[in-house]
Design a protein around this ligand. Structure first.
Ligand code: NAP
Length: 224
């Protein structure tokens, strides 16, 4: 049975992805993050622990993310940028790097990075977040290109969801829009994006591993 690890799987999208991989995809799933089997904060090389207790994962879903809000001249401080990049970008890169270090030549690997439509259609008060999500898109494209040459057993994809229904991060975004008197979410669909939209795509990518999509980002613009 293939082993999948999902970061930020304690709640929201990560939890939905982990549950669907296990129940629908029939993968063995290890969760990483707050309230999960392995902790991201205390050991940035957590993949070594997964390898020691299980084996090298076949699938890595980099999903854990944070968002901060502020105006540049006011409450958006440099350390918010640093914290956001630490969780949303550096931790993703480090996990992929460690997966490569632990990899075997006779195994195939799939990496899925969770970005956001805000990489292209940004929110005004979360510059660090939108920048970090754009960095994930570029990182996926660059690594995709690199892996065709240096690590052909690994395929890497990025997903860019719209505002999702029912997650803590969505509550934070909506509360900030309301508090600052800005218009609410804009999409042509008429409702927030279902988490199952994204987890279904994760399942498909894990099963199909489309070669020509490796390095690319699948966007969910919702008609925007
Ligand atoms: N919500 C949206 O509208 C939306 C849209 C597009 C993309 N996304 C992306 O989707 C992913 C999941 O977001 P979500 O909406 O499901 O948000 P969420 O409900 O806040 O879930 C994020 C999860 O990641 C965990 N996490 C964050 N930093 C961590 C760290 N350093 N160590 C361990 N766990 C950590 C959180 O734990 P704690 O809560 O305990 O910190 C939480 O369980 C994120 O990458 C987000 O950027 C979300």
């Amino acid at each position: 049975m293939k082993l999948a690890v999902v970061t930020g799987a304690g709640s929201g999208l990560g939890k939905a992805i982990a549950e669907d991989l296990e129940t629908i995809g029939c993968y063995e799933v290890v969760t990483v993050g707050h309230g999960c089997e392995f902790n991201l904060d205390t050991n940035e090389d957590w993949i070594d622990d997964v390898k020691a207790e299980y084996r090298t994962p076949d699938i890595l879903v980099n999903n854990a993310g944070i968002i901060r809000f502020g105006w540049i001249e006011d409450d958006a401080k440099l350390h918010d940028f640093e914290d956001t990049f630490k969780t949303n970008v550096f931790a993703y890169y480090n996990a992929i790097r460690n997966l490569k270090r632990c990899s075997n030549t006779n195994q195939t690997y799939t990496v899925i990075n969770i970005s956001s439509m805000s990489h292209r259609i940004p929110y005004s008060r979360s510059t660090a977040y939108c920048s970090s999500k754009a960095a994930i898109v570029a990182m996926t494209a660059s690594l995709g290109r690199q892996f065709f040459i240096r690590w052909p057993q690994c395929r890497i994809y990025c997903l860019a969801p719209q505002l999702l229904e029912g997650t803590k991060m969505t509550e934070q975004v909506l509360a900030d829009m309301k508090a600052t008197g800005r218009p609410g979410p804009q999409n042509a669909v008429g409702h927030l994006q279902y988490r199952s939209d994204v987890s279904d795509t994760v399942l498909w990518l894990c099963k199909s591993r489309p070669e020509y999509l490796s390095g690319s980002t699948i966007e969910f613009p919702g008609g925007v």
